[in-house]
Design a protein around this ligand. Structure first.
Ligand code: HEC
Length: 137
């Protein structure tokens, strides 16, 4: 009987561990997850837009400290430019090139966006495009 209980306990323990392992490996390997749907990206991007404090400087369609999302998207679409590249620090600003304004945004790229993943940046860019589409209707 004791051996039986022991065996069951071991089995239970190892199945718990197995669960944890799969969860962990999924977390650590975003590349192995299927790509998020557009709706999920918009939802996730919306959350990131407040969590990463973008919302404090960028309103939907009026200027705050930074240009509005609609103004940003207008310039990006016109120039066929890439928001993700800009947020990664790989392309120059094209919306407001005043040095003091550029410096404010650069602080975010170096700070809040330092450890952001490509998936998160893609979600933010998808959300910004969606907000722009909504206001155009
Ligand atoms: C402290 C204020 C502030 C915060 C927070 C902030 N921004 Fe900005 N952002 C600015 C200012 C000012 C500009 C105008 C300078 C410029 O265009 O680079 C700007 C410009 C931009 C641009 C246009 C860049 C270009 O090509 O000119 C994008 C895109 C952008 N911000 C996205 C974001 C996102 C996404 C976040 C959140 C992760 C964020 N910003 C957070 C102030 C801020």
């Amino acid at each position: 009987m004791r051996l039986f209980i022991f065996t069951v306990a071991i089995l239970l323990l190892s199945s718990c561990n197995a669960d944890k392992k799969t969860e962990k490996s999924i977390d650590n390997n975003p590349a192995e997850r299927p790509e998020l749907s557009r709706d999920s990206k918009i939802f996730f991007g919306n959350r990131l837009f407040s969590e990463k404090t973008c919302i404090t400087c960028h309103a939907v369609n009026k200027k705050k400290i930074g240009p509005s999302v609609v103004d940003i998207m207008h310039v990006y679409k016109e120039n066929d430019a890439d928001i993700v590249a800009f947020l990664k620090g790989n392309s120059e600003p094209i919306v407001d090139t005043t040095a003091s304004q550029v410096a404010i945004m650069q602080d975010n790229i170096d700070g809040f966006l330092k450890n952001i993943t490509d998936e998160e940046l893609d979600a933010i860019a998808t959300y910004m495009l969606y907000v722009d589409e909504l206001t155009a209707k």
